[in-house]
Design a protein around this ligand. Structure first.
Ligand code: PEP
Ligand code: NA
Ligand code: MN
Length: 593
């Protein structure tokens, strides 16, 4: 195969990695439909992929992973900065020299019997001033097809690089060499204690070994677009955040852009694709997971979605919760660890429809209601099963989602899951308090633990705990610095909680009705609605935003209650948590406390 690039660094790097990993051949990818179809056909042939019913789910495929390789592995994820103090308390740190030695041993000969694929990709529209170029080397065809959907894979990237252009090298191997004649397993990977998801922030370098799954293997996403990019952004004065981006347009056509960060399992993808219940107001999706933001010439903060697809959690996705996500995977989709039904479509728990049966995520015959030896229900889909869908297929994708200049952000939203204490919505007095809100965003552990009474909160600053590529204290300081740089052009900051409960009942209806809260935020940006000052921030002065909902007066009061005693307890928890950041906790955080 001829080499489609003259880039010196790229050619040298591919040669170096091929010498170390000894693949059977090198395949330079081009991102074409032909390439996608060919790899899928090969994987169907080998038994790795299942072709779904062409009538029900055109051009779509299902995969079942190894049972040990179903999620990101935070315990095996490293920030190998030169100095330990640059990694901070939210990360695992190893000396980069030592880690490279360990991993070089693992990588030596690790691609034996497999092709080495070179994937040229752009995070963000190719050529955008905010975009970044990466090259992923992988021995997994599953990774190649997923990268096709999640990023922009194209030979244009080789052109853009020219002879001397720079890129972020992303090395990936499933860590499962094949001896001559050895039959491949359906989902090759290495045991957990041999997996490494490594980041070298000073070199803008990613090395991943042993896992084929999502965030461990599709290196453009969490590794590049969050961990490496957050470290770059901290150095260079921009932001790489774990945020959805949406456009909310009012009846007069005025557009507001909202970026929102929530920890896992708080409905980020659902909010990104929300169907507004406020008459005349419309939501359009720009991104569901990651935002890259830079100050523009007018001094405002502009955001792009660096991704090209959605890698969403399948269970719970239904016509009721997120019809737009379902529509996005109606064709050209990849499913991982879901049920493949008897008619070769897909199914998962809480999909909102019946399933006659099929094969479960472990590839075993399965029927709903099946129980294991202990009488426990056997799930058909893994709780972290995923769909990989093209963003362009989302019916409410914003027409400007690929604008290389990005969209100006008006509003930041933070949130978490709290069954009590945290009101439906409050607005920060100023940007600095907003940073405090983001830094102390927290969720409760499971409902079962709540019965214990003395619940400890799980803090997840900016929903970035597993993704901050440097010291969390420096990262918080960077948020304050950005606020200073943006001055009066900084977005307004709000904190929301959709999850207050009265016994088992959610007090707020959530889903589409969350648009009422977003509208209140936009009206606040315009100065159109009054708010009252409370000890924690500004809050709705009346129940106008709930008008027409079947909500009792006591429910509204509960949603708006500021329980100062409980808040003081939260503050004590926050103090204990923030102490972890030691000397690097910004002075401004202490002032906010
Ligand atoms: C992932 O686990 O691969 C992933 C994308 O994570 P998350 O759903 O937390 O964004
Ligand atoms: Na995950
Ligand atoms: Mn995410």
């Amino acid at each position: 195969m001829s080499v489609p690039t003259k880039n010196k660094k790229l050619i040298a790097w591919v040669n170096e990695i091929a010498a170390m990993t000894t693949p059977e051949k090198i395949i330079w990818c081009d991102g074409s439909t032909e390439e996608y179809d060919r790899l899928m056909a090969e994987m169907v042939e080998s038994g790795m992929a299942i072709k779904l019913n062409e009538k029900l789910r055109p051009n779509s495929f299902a995969f079942n992973s190894d049972p040990s390789d179903v999620a990101r592995v935070e315990g095996r994820t490293y920030i190998a900065s030169v100095k330990e103090e640059d990694a901070g308390p939210t990360n695992n740190w190893i000396d980069p020299v030592e880690l490279k030695k360990i991993m070089t041993e693992k990588y030596t000969g690790c691609m034996k019997g497999r092709p080495l694929y070179v994937i040229p990709f752009s995070m963000g529209p190719i050529g955008s001033p905010i975009a970044k170029i990466g090259i992923e080397i992988t021995d997994s065809p599953y990774v190649v097809v997923n990268m096709h959907t999640m990023t922009r894979v194209s030979t244009k990237v080789y052109d853009l690089l020219g002879t001397d252009g720079d890129f972020i090298p992303c090395l990936h191997s499933v860590g499962s060499p094949l001896e001559p004649g050895q039959k491949d397993s359906r989902w090759p990977c290495a045991p957990i204690e041999e997996k490494y998801i490594a980041h070298f922030p000073e070199e803008n370098l990613i090395w991943s070994y042993g896992s084929g799954y999502g965030g461990n293997a599709l290196l453009g996403k969490k590794c590049l677009a969050l961990r490496i990019a957050s470290a770059m952004a901290g150095r260079e004065g921009w932001m790489a955040e774990h945020m959805l981006i949406l456009r909310f347009t009012n009846p007069e056509g005025k557009k507001y852009h909202i970026a929102a960060a929530f920890p896992s399992a708080c409905g980020k993808t659902n909010l990104a694709m929300l169907q507004s219940t406020v008459p005349g107001w419309k939501v359009e999706t720009i991104g569901d997971d990651i935002a890259w933001m830079k100050p523009g010439k007018d001094g405002r903060l502009y955001a792009i979605n660096p991704e090209a697809g959605f890698f969403g959690v399948a269970p719970g996705t239904s016509e009721g919760s997120n019809p737009m996500a379902l529509a996005s995977c109606s064709r050209d989709a990849i499913f991982t660890n879901v049920v493949v039904t008897e008619d070769k479509d897909v199914w998962w728990e809480d999909m909102g429809k019946e399933c006659a049966g099929g094969t479960d995520w472990l590839n075993r015959p399965w029927k709903p209601g099946m129980k294991d030896a202990d009488g426990k229900k056997i799930l058909g889909a893994h709780p972290n099963s995923r769909f990989t869908a093209k963003a362009e297929l989302c019916p409410v994708i914003c027409p400007d989602w690929e604008d290389p200049e990005g969209v100006p952000i008006d509003i930041f939203v933070f949130g978490g899951k709290r069954t009590s204490v945290m009101p439906l919505v409050h607005e920060a007095f100023d940007f600095e308090q907003g940073v405090y809100m983001g830094a102390t965003a927290s969720s409760e552990p499971t409902a079962a633990a709540l019965d214990l009474g003395n619940v400890s909160l799980r803090f997840d600053p900016f929903a970035m705990t597993p993704f901050i590529g440097y010291h969390g204290g420096d990262y918080m300081q960077h948020w304050f610095d950005m606020g200073e740089m943006l001055g009066d052009k900084a977005p307004k900051v709000f904190y929301v909680n959709w999850f207050q409960k009265d016994g088992k009942r959610f007090v707020w209806p959530g889903f589409g009705e969350n648009s009422r809260v977003l509208k209140w935020m936009c009206d606040r940006v315009e100065g159109k609605v009054d708010a009252i000052e409370t000890p924690i921030g500004m809050m709705p002065a009346n129940d106008d935003l709930a008008k027409g909902l079947d909500l009792a007066k006591e429910d509204w009061e509960r949603l708006m209650k500021v329980d100062t005693v409980a808040f003081k307890k939260t503050l004590e928890d926050a103090k204990v948590y923030l102490a972890k950041f030691g000397d690097k906790l910004p002075k401004k955080m202490t002032e906010q406390l």
